[in-house]
Ligand binder design. Structure first.
Ligand code: AMP
Ligand code: ZN
Length: 462
């Protein structure tokens, strides 16, 4: 099988991917902060991670995937500013300020998040670790950093001193001065602007540690969980591009200074989904939830297709028009493939073409174009189906299930519908196109769609 090339944020170039351990890939994807529902922008990150997973599986790698669940410690600002997101959720939902209530909220939104993943046909990772179950690992990591002299204490927490790390900011995107500081207020006790909290003190609520009661910082959680499940050095770490400047640079600084080893070989980041040209974000209210799209009659898999039609490094400005277009295309794919009587032979030329695109830094738009090329080609319907099903192991468009459903519905078409279709065929033969058109509309009103093919009309339940 040909090599995989992926754009590595760490080196800023496309590189040949080879894992540390032959035959397996270790991958960590920054997961949701479960203080609220996720939006379709967040979900892009997990479709992206799932696509990567499926690429590795295409190459027969065994994937060990971790998606963490941030249920404590994530502040409203990406740095150390703003309120704690979970505390805000407790206030919003009128729950008591206790660790148990935090977990209750976290469990609720985590279940909702998993429902979204299922709708989108995203595979379940091997691990879904909750931050609050890994306090011991956070504390151990912080104690190592204290011993090695990378930390200092100020009134609100224990901080990482970035001036002690000559490699700080390896991923780039470092902001020297943050405009939001003027809004939120500068922490004058910090030695350097870029220093970040490893632990925030809270005498009333939190966890006991040798350095004071409180909560771990959001960054230390990802370092601790990543290394616990995948080892001190692992293959792949992903997240949205907003994580590059602060969160991921901080994860590298903590982990590498604690272990003296390189933390992650490949860093990859997906671009944003925007709405009305602005970043989709919970904080601004500019967002759409998947469940609302489903309630309005859109297929979640159409959203998956819409994302695949856009390269992961390109911003996607979401619109219902674009989603409708993707849905039409998706249903067209299903209908064409349901013409096959059975599965034929996989066409190796198409597979090679498809694979060369997915191997090239996940060029999913081109891979989708190969799928359409296959559908339009003069291969027989059976070979088209077999080849598309192989593509779908990577694409995850649920082609097998949809084709089976169409076939089942077609076998259950009621007599009155079949009669209308025959009547329309008769009218077409007699060149009475007005009557044929009226009958098509009648069928449409009865929720049946008719498509004329070389072998005669095909009827589909809408
Ligand atoms: P959060 O729950 O805020 O920690 O975000 C979960 C994931 O969604 C992270 O990988 C973010 O980088 C990503 N993300 C947040 N907003 C967007 C967006 N508008 N488009 C794409 N990814 C996003
Ligand atoms: Zn993270």
């Amino acid at each position: 099988m040909a090599d995989i090339f992926l754009f590595n944020t760490l080196t800023k170039k496309k590189e040949k991917f080879s894992p540390i351990k032959e035959g397996s890939v270790s991958m960590y994807n920054c997961g949701p902060t479960v203080y609220d529902y996720v939006h379709i922008g967040n979900l892009r990150s997990y479709i992206f991670a799932d696509t990567l997973r499926r690429l590795f599986e295409w190459h027969n790698y065994k994937v060990h995937q971790v998606i963490n669940v941030t249920d404590i410690g994530h502040l409203v600002g990406d740095g150390d500013d703003g309120d704690d997101k979970m505390t805000k959720a407790l206030k919003r939902e009128g729950k008591p300020m206790t660790l148990d209530s935090m977990r209750e909220i976290a469990n609720f939104y985590f279940e909702k998040y998993k429902e979204d993943l299922k709708y989108l046909n995203i595979k379940t990772p091997e691990e879904f670790p909750f931050a609050s179950d890994h306090i011991k690992e956070d504390i151990e990591l912080i104690e190592t950093l204290i011993k090695k002299g990378f930390t200092y204490k100020i009134s609100d927490g224990l901080y990482f001193d970035t001036s002690k790390d000559s490699h700080y900011g390896k991923l780039g995107g470092i902001v020297e001065k943050d405009e939001t500081q003027s809004r939120i207020g500068v922490n004058n006790e910090k030695k350097n602007f870029k220093d970040f909290a490893l632990w925030k003190f809270n005498p009333d609520l939190g966890y006991d540690a040798s350095f004071g009661k409180g909560f771990p910082g959001w960054h230390i959680e990802c370092s601790a969980m990543g290394m616990k499940y995948l080892g001190e050095t692992f293959d792949m770490h992903t997240g949205g591009i907003d994580h590059i400047p602060v969160h991921h640079n901080n994860e590298i600084a903590q982990s590498e200074n604690a272990t003296g080893k390189s933390f992650v070989n490949f860093w990859m980041h997906n671009s944003f989904v925007t709405l009305n040209e602005n970043k989709m974000a919970k904080s601004t209210g500019n967002f759409t939830r998947l469940i609302d799209l489903i309630k309005d009659g859109y297929s979640p898999i159409a959203y998956r297709l819409l994302l695949l039609q856009c390269h992961y490094k390109t911003t996607l400005n979401f619109s219902l028009e674009a989603l409708s277009g993707a849905q039409e295309a998706l249903y067209g794919i299903y209908r064409t493939l349901s013409l096959a009587e059975k599965e034929g032979k996989v066409n190796s030329e198409f597979i090679i073409k498809f694979e060369s695109n997915i191997n090239d830094d996940l060029n999913t738009p081109k891979a989708i174009a190969v799928l359409f090329e296959l559908l339009k080609s003069d291969l027989n319907a059976e070979d088209k189906l077999a080849t598309a099903l192989k593509f779908d192991k990577f694409l995850g468009l649920e082609i097998k299930e949809a084709v089976a459903l169409i076939k089942k519905e077609n076998s259950e078409i009621p007599e009155n519908i079949k009669n209308l279709v025959s009547e329309r065929e008769e009218a077409r033969k007699n060149k009475d196109f007005t009557k044929a058109d009226t009958l098509r509309k009648e069928l449409d009103n009865l929720d049946y769609l008719i498509e004329d093919s070389e072998t005669g009309p095909k009827i589909y339940k809408k």
